[in-house]
Design a protein around this ligand. Structure first.
Ligand code: SAM
Length: 274
């Protein structure tokens, strides 16, 4: 019997709720060896989690925020955040990148975290309070339908979440909608080499483990371009499975999409990118 889109999203939500509960109960997130979260399909979890943050950054964070880290990169290190900016973290988990962003943008800036999992939102709010940051807001919702107005965000970051989405064109379209013209993205994600078919990606790991749902480099580039981005780059940083990599994805929302004849919503939706 095939899994529907709704069932797949519910499976993702359930697995990450379990992970949040494990951290809250004093455990170590997904470190239970059950192959159920990002990091567990990679050998020894290499290339995922807290090791991707330097000691100085880890020192700025509550232990539970570090322990809950399930990312495959460090988007705050590449996003070049400035004082006063509005940042949005898609799939904010235990809040690690939101807290770091809030410190970078300072009291005149704002860091939003968006996540669909109640247990993760509760953990993130507690971690932000423990970190003493007040310029943060954690929103409940899905990244395919971002609950923020158009043109309201300077920088969108995300850490190992786009691969989990059941509708990637919708995510890219929504990112383009909420970013101000000229706004930018700094996303860490698992990305496949173009030589791997979708089924070959599925052979290398599970969907909830952040492997099977990964876009290829070419698909990411095409999807972002169709959604109205320019200066698109997808850079592999470390291999997490054969032909699959942690990657940094950068792009800038074009200043004048209409001049390029790009009806943003339709273009991304029909890109067939993912
Ligand atoms: C692999 S974890 C990454 C968490 C965090 N970014 C980090 O680096 O630790 C994935 C997170 O994304 C959330 N998530 C997955 N799919 C989502 C979706 N479609 N909409 C909103 N949140 C989603 C999960 O609830 C979970 O908290």
């Amino acid at each position: 019997m095939s899994t529907t889109v709704d069932e797949l999203r519910e499976e993702v939500r359930r697995r990450y709720a379990e992970s949040a509960r494990a951290v809250t109960d004093g455990g170590g997130g997904c470190g239970c060896g059950s192959g159920e979260c990002c990091a567990e399909d990679a050998s020894d979890g290499a290339g995922f989690g807290e090791a991707l943050y330097d000691a100085e950054q880890r020192g700025e964070l509550p232990d539970a925020a570090v322990l809950a880290s399930l990312g495959c990169g460090n988007p705050t290190a590449v996003a070049d955040l400035h004082e006063g900016e509005v940042v949005l973290d898609l799939g904010s988990g235990g809040g690690i990148d939101v807290i770091l962003s809030a410190k970078r943008v300072g009291p005149t800036g704002t860091a939003y975290g968006l996540d669909m999992t109640d247990e993760m939102l509760a953990l993130a709010r507690r971690n932000a309070a423990d970190a003493g940051v007040t310029n943060v807001h954690f929103l409940k919702g899905v990244i395919e339908q971002i609950p923020l107005p158009a043109d309201s965000v300077d920088v969108v970051i995300s850490n190992c979440v786009v691969n989990l989405s059941v509708d990637k064109p919708a995510v890219l379209t929504e990112i383009a909608r909420v970013l101000r013209p000229g706004g930018r993205i700094g996303i860490s994600d698992v990305v496949a080499e173009d030589r791997l078919s979708a089924s070959e990606r599925g052979e290398r790991g599970s969907y909830v483990g952040c492997i099977a749902g990964a876009l290829s480099k070419g698909e990411y580039e095409a999807g972002l371009t169709a959604a109205g981005f320019e200066q698109v780059s997808v850079e592999f940083t470390h291999e997490v499975a054969d032909g699959m990599h942690g990657a940094i994805v950068r792009a800038v929302k074009t200043l004048e999409p209409e001049r390029k004849g790009l009806p943003v919503v339709q273009a991304a939706a029909s890109a067939g990118c993912c």
